[in-house]
Design a protein around this ligand. Sequence first.
Ligand SMILES: *Cc1c(COP(=O)(O)O)cnc(C)c1O
Length: 348
Amino acid sequence: MKYVSRKLAKLQAYDPGTVSTAIRLDSNESFLSLPETLRESIADRITSVKFNRYPDPIGKSVCKAFGQYYNVDPQNITLGNGSDELIFLLFNTFLQKGDRALLVNPDFSMYPIYCGMAEIDPITLKKNESLTFDPDELISLAKKQHPKMVLFSNPCNPTSQGISAKDVLEIVDNLDCLVVIDEAYMDFWNEAIYQEAPKRKNCIVLKTLSKVGLASVRLGFAIANNQLSIYLRTAKSPYNVNTLTQIVGETVLLESNYLHSATQQICASRDALYNALKPYNGPFMHVFPAHANFVTIQTLYAEKIQKKLRERGISIRCIGQLLRITAGTLKENQILVNTFSSCIKEGL
Ligand SMILES: *Cc1c(COP(=O)(O)O)cnc(C)c1O
């Protein structure tokens, strides 16, 4: 294709894996819909938006609300059009052709794609059988290979496994390169380090509102020290987050009771789903403990199971030998578990 660059021509389009089935447990969205009262507050505020004006480029109000909810200084927050945009920016502006990035595998499928777009060579640390990695091994690989940036999600999508806050900080403090921790799912676990990022010279933590119920609005956050935050704001396009998104984000973040309760409900659903699937642990299937808003299963029959479930109106994600099942409503979880059980009983 002569109208596009070679780097674009060799990329494959992202396949979100979503199909129109009755039950969708394939995208790690929240199963909760926003309460009526919150919808009304949002609607009220939207009626007075100055639609003729550009959005606030920094998003002062939403940064303040985020800062209050998560206890971070707003100065240390940069907004993104989803955290995806921030990942794209990091590869394309903090790094340049010839630089290398250290990734782990398996991890979020978009990392190698953005890495490729930026013409960055990835160094990849393969995870062990428990789908995690030894922080010291990562440190020594980085010391040998000199990447400009290390990036991984914690807890990880698609494995639902993670490493402790102590281990993450050991990596940050032992490396003299940028270390980016994607805490997209940390609302559902307790090994967060985002509050440490502003105190470090080389650390950026990414967060998002997508997994706690606002996937539609596209709002992500980078937390870093003042200097890195200034660079992030320089790198982004000035009006990357629109006014409507800023209003929705701010309104929901200020409703901290709601957000806490939503997070708890998602964790409860995740635990229930894990407990219901755990009995399927066996020689041909491993159900991993769940630390995010989904349960990960490793099996040679992953693709077959995914296909059978899809035929019965349930969509889950299949990544190689991994099945990733998002926690849904009580009823969705029940249907999933029953259907999963009958697929297995039928034989694979
Ligand atoms: C979902 C996800 C994101 C993307 O978040 P958005 O804010 O919706 O762009 C980033 N990182 C990981 C690991 C994710 O799973």
